[in-house]
Write a protein that binds this ligand. Structure first.
Ligand SMILES: Cc1ncc(COP(=O)(O)O)c(C=O)c1O
Length: 414
């Protein structure tokens, strides 16, 4: 096979396994979110309710955030015009970094084009600067953390998901003098499981290990000022680096790390994924500042989200739909089988106007395909029972039993 035939064979395999991804083209309507429009197979513009977005607080549709974005785009231009080093540091970049550092009560923050980029760059840079570092990674870590660990070139040990006893045994077996880094997420994006933060923090202290905590699905949603689960647990100062996104609860775009000034400065000074890329547009930074400030002062926003999650689960309970993820705001419903999960999602969208993107391999292990339901602060009362009713009807059609599913696990090793 030549090179192109090899690519074609990969795609053919993906398709025959049912893991080829197609994207639904959405017409977003900020004022009507979570309702959106899409073209149905007959080419008609149709309404649906979005149950799959990570715009947890609806901040992407917030009027003050949108206005700020537009205002600064008009004032400063559409793009930043350069890398951070080459005229791409506006005062909005600096202000946003100060705002984020303050939010997480850390000395310094650093912006990236996305949290994916932040994870890859920060983890790999730490490893490159400390070559004898041994990395301990949760088996369900996100692909960006796995990429960062691979790129670091460091020795790694994968511990069983959220298993402090297993992590301890791996730390004990590692040479005492070697520097160590524990990498994990505070809330897991598909299962909704929370990490045992206190136990991990205690282990890090006992074994003198650095910690890297991905708070992408927690920042904005937990803690007194919404900074995340570390804040909620009173452990913000314990993580060496905290990673977050501006694209989910904050509703805009971009990612960041924060921590002690020394560590952040090392990533700023040596991270190629930070240095050699254009910076975020100033307008986006300004909008993110507005969104973070709103989240910090408006606990009612978070309460609305958690209330929506409670209403969703009550409606699912009433309809006999079983779900996992009781730990946090994410509600996964296991289906199993990529073709079946896609067919269920297709019927939910096209028969009932309920949009749930099927979660298939490699995001989850083969056989553990699921629907991941996200109730946001903008969903309203009748929508929960409508979704539950639609799911009950489609599950009936597909012969899906409504019994308690097994826990949902991710496929890729951390
Ligand atoms: C756990 C986790 N970390 C990082 C990311 C990357 O975030 P971003 O969308 O800002 O690149 C994601 C994205 O879904 C995620 O789920």
């Amino acid at each position: 096979m030549n090179a192109l035939q090899q690519l074609s064979a990969h795609l053919d395999r993906l398709k025959s396994d049912g893991n080829y991804r197609t994207f639904l083209e959405i017409r977003r309507l900020a004022d009507r979110a979570p309702v959106f429009l899409f073209l149905n197979p007959s080419g008609e513009l149709t309404e649906a309710v979005n149950w799959t977005s990570n715009d947890y607080l609806g901040m992407s549709a917030d009027e003050t955030v949108r206005k700020r974005l537009a205002e600064i785009a008009l004032e400063a231009g559409a793009g930043s015009g350069g890398t951070r080093n080459i005229s791409g540091t506006s005062h909005f970049h600096t202000m946003l970094e100060t705002t984020l550092a303050g939010w997480h009560t850390r000395e310094r923050a650093l912006l990236f084009g996305s949290a994916f980029q932040a994870n890859v760059t920060a983890v790999s840079t730490l490893g490159r600067l400390i070559p004898e570092l041994i990395i301990f990674s949760d088996e369900e870590n996100h692909a960006s953390l796995i990429e960062g660990i691979k790129l670091s070139g460091c020795r790694k040990h994968i511990f069983q998901h959220n298993d402090a006893a297993h992590l301890r045994s791996l730390l004990e077996a590692a040479p005492k003098q070697s520097p160590k880094l524990i990498v994990f997420e505070s809330v897991y994006s598909i299962s909704g499981n929370r990490a045992p933060l206190r136990e991990f923090a205690a282990l890090a202290q006992e074994f003198d290990a650095l910690t890297y905590v991905d708070e992408v699905h927690a920042a904005g949603l937990y803690g007194k000022s919404g900074a995340g689960l570390l804040e909620e647990a009173g452990l913000s100062s314990k993580a060496t680096l905290i990673n977050g996104t501006l694209a989910k609860a904050v509703g805009v775009h971009g990612g960041y790390i924060c921590g002690d000034a020394l560590v952040v400065d090392a990533v700023r000074s040596f991270g190629t994924g930070f240095i050699f890329t254009s910076s975020l547009p100033p307008s986006l930074c300004a909008a993110a500042i507005t969104a973070v400030q709103r989240i910090q002062r408006d606990a009612a926003l978070r309460e609305r989200l958690h209330d929506a999650v409670g209403q969703l689960r009550a409606a699912l309970d009433a309809a006999g739909i079983c779900y996992a993820g009781q730990d946090a705001h994410i509600t996964p419903v296991q289906i199993g089988g990529s073709f079946r999960t896609k067919a269920v999602a297709y019927d939910l969208l096209h028969r009932h106007g309920m949009y749930l993107q099927p979660v298939i391999a490699p995001t989850v292990a083969t056989g553990k395909e699921c629907l991941r339901i996200v109730a946001t602060a903008r969903h309203i009362a009748p929508q929960f029972s409508e979704l539950a009713g639609a799911m009950a009807s489609v599950f009936e059609m597909h012969g899906i039993p409504r019994n308690k599913p097994a826990g949902i696990r991710k496929a890729s090793g951390g």
